[in-house]
Design a protein around this ligand. Sequence first.
Ligand code: ADP
Length: 441
Amino acid sequence: MKKRININFLCIAFVAILFTTISISVVFYEIFKREVIEDLKTNAEILVDTKSYINMEETLSISNPDKLRITIIKADGSVIFDSTANKTDMNNHRKRPEIEEAFSKGSGVDIRKSYTLDKNAFYYALRIDDDMVIRVSKETNSMFSVYKTAFPIILVITAILLVLCMLLSHYLTKNIVKPVEEMANNIDKTLNFSAYKELMPFLNTIQKQHKDIVKNAHMRQEFTANVSHELKTPLTSISGYAELIENGMATDEDVIRFAKEIHRNSNRLLTLINDIIRLSELDTVNSYITFDKVNLKEIAINCVEMLSFNAEKNNVKISCEGVDTYVYANKDMIEELTYNLCDNAIRYNKENGKVIVETIEEDDKSMLIVTDTGIGISKENKERIFERFYRVDKSRSKRTGGTGLGLAIVKHIIAQHDNMEIEINSEIGEGTQMKVIFQKK
Ligand code: ADP
């Protein structure tokens, strides 16, 4: 960035120096040209006013400090006097622009380049009468030759200016970049960077992203620690029971009991690993997810059927109500979400409790509501139950085969659908209602 700003500054400086040098030279040369013409005009007028053109040879011998060339031309173009050349050698001057102009308008001006590019000849012609024109001329250095002589000086000045610009651009670049560097080094601090007000929205976004990254990293770390811990518990049991059998320390009766425990813990391990894999799949925003028109009622009926045996085992009655209502969603994910909510509603229910899965259609939304008559969730816990591995009652969750990841999966499924949200209404000891709302687009 620094290098780029520096180069840009230098380019601007170089172009500015070049442009200024050329434009100043042109302006000064224009002024100089005007001055020379003015001088020639004054000289011509003096010569005419004082009638000095009558005895030109004498007048010139008295004074010609500016080394002017004076020519007197007749209306037919013949030269009757020239101060520097023999008049007889001179060709017809009628067609010279300044002479033609002087005869027609009273005075005429022309600037001609000499044969070498080095000199310019300035001509001013003044009509004395209808038959005679006096022309005063002077040779000066051309702009090209002025440049030729001044080139080394211009070069030195340009070099000095460029060095100055380099130093200045280095200093300015440093000053421009400094607040940005300061910003980058203090991205996690809420400082007020007044240097660039325009960068504040950018900084706010970066700071927000930075906070999110730190938070995510922290969450991942916590998740890894939790996963390790959750995996370790059933594995320790499996290993312990297996070791007892291996060492012959278990009676025949024990072996069956230990095998049962190993089986239970292996299943728990499998469920846990499945949930972890599912969660990590849902964690990455997947562009291959397909969305279809899905009937919520159909999903609810299937889920109730699937869980009816489980409900019976827990002495809970599960039933389905409501109407056919269609939403635009990923069918597998909605099935998974409904299963998780109903499974929880059974597992956290009371003896002889009820679970109702209801599908409702309103003007602009469809709803899937899972209501249970279970233990309920306190206000503080409502905020946290969607966190990974968060359980209100850890032992009950484990006893009923929970992993602490069911609602985290639900949360991720909702995040993958931008038309979906969840609402919890719960009363401790009374029951819980999980309301999944689908906005119709
Ligand atoms: P788990 O596998 O432990 O059920 P979840 O993520 O599904 O994990 O749920 C997190 C916690 O939320 C549960 O441990 C439980 O304490 C609480 N919870 C979830 N659903 C209900 C419900 N319907 N009634 C009461 N508590 C619930």
